[in-house]
Design a binder for this molecule. Structure first.
Ligand SMILES: NC(=O)c1ccc[n+]([C@@H]2O[C@H](COP(=O)([O-])OP(=O)(O)OC[C@H]3O[C@@H](n4cnc5c(N)ncnc54)[C@H](OP(=O)(O)O)[C@@H]3O)[C@@H](O)[C@H]2O)c1
Length: 298
């Protein structure tokens, strides 16, 4: 099967590419600028530099490539950047997703769209798939608008909502909670972590496996794919410090209010993942085990 992965340079994208290659799929990845995947050459993998907001280029590319399935992981994922630059966020997260849907409809490709726990307001988490979304920031609104476009399309689709993904990309890229904690504590720098936001952190390897379970089982509809422990970023930072033998006293507990970020964060999200466990056989690892697997990877 030929699979197209957007956001191939991203945290999830890099793991998706490696898993897809290991599964012997024919894999095409797109990202902005040169490929950041390491090792750069993977048998069966072709990378193309393509900005997904260029509708005509995206359309031509998809129609020429004719993938049977598209995993759409590219997005503007920085919550504050989205809040401060709404037109750009809308363009990447919504308009480009519409371009992609149009092209996928033309070649009748299946679509797996990656969405977020930030479609919920965080007042009543953890959430199940049928709970009512109500985003509190622009990033969440843009992802919800894209979800709606996917749901209203003529495609065979699945929407994967995930939460606080952790992993380490073996190439220079954006920081995530693990790299941020380890890099700062190794340099004996103090860090401040919020202790009043709850999430169900997701091991990136589990998430990629869940996406391929959806493709292999031809599953459709909305799926919540995350870990199943409801913890705070502060708890994650302390567990990470302990795991890597770093000084956890450098981690300061703070409230969301103290951070004063441009984009409001939903306080208590996280997912109920019973549907994914039952229908897909999704089996995510506990946070400490995810850390251990990451440690083996690097
Ligand atoms: N990470 C999380 O905690 C989390 C939580 C919930 C949901 N999600 C969702 O999961 C998906 C994957 O997230 P991730 O963590 O892998 O994010 P990521 O590391 O930020 O990856 C997203 C990728 O999209 C690419 N991209 C952005 N604009 C583009 C454009 N115009 N054309 C082509 N590529 C473009 C980015 O390229 P550059 O790197 O070059 O900017 C980046 O590599 C996203 O849809 C996100 O909304 C993630």
């Amino acid at each position: 099967m030929k699979i197209l992965i957007t956001g191939a340079n991203g945290l999830l994208g890099q793991y998706l590419v490696r898993q897809a290659v290991a599964k012997k799929y024919e894999v095409s990845g797109i990202g902005k600028g040169p490929s950041r995947l390491l090792p750069a050459a993977l048998e069966g993998y072709i990378y193309t530099d393509l900005d997904i907001t260029d509708g005509a280029a995206l359309q031509n590319f998809i129609v020429a490539e004719r993938p049977e399935a598209i995993i759409h992981a590219a997005a503007l994922t920085q919550v504050d950047e989205c809040e401060l630059n709404k037109p750009e966020c809308y363009n990447v997260n919504v308009t480009a997703t519409r371009f992609l849907i149009g092209a996928a409809e033309e070649i009748k490709a299946r679509l797996v769209y990656l969405s977020t726990d930030f479609v919920f307001d965080g007042l009543n988490g953890p959430y199940a798939e049928e709970d009512e979304p109500s985003p509190v920031n622009y990033y969440g609104s843009s992802k919800l608008a894209a979800e709606k476009a996917v749901m209203e399309s003529k495609l065979e689709w699945a929407i994967v909502r995930t939460a606080l993904v952790y992993g380490i990309v073996p190439a220079p890229g954006r920081k995530n909670i693990i790299s941020m904690v380890t890099e700062n504590l190794r340099a004996s720098k103090r860090i401040r972590m919020v202790a009043d936001q709850w999430r169900t952190p997701t091991f990136v390897q589990d998430l990629a496996e869940g996406v391929f379970l959806i493709i292999e089982k031809n599953a459709r509809g909305v799926f919540h794919l995350s870990g199943d422990q409801l913890i705070t970023p502060y708890d994650m930072a302390v567990a990470t410090a302990k795991f890597f033998g770093l000084d956890s006293s450098l981690i300061e507990k703070i409230t969301s209010e103290e951070l004063d970020q441009p984009g409001k964060r939903p306080p208590r999200t996280g997912f109920i993942i019973d549907k994914a466990k039952k229908t897909l056989g999704f089996a995510p690892v506990p946070f400490e085990e995810g850390l251990q697997q990451l440690f083996l990877d690097i």
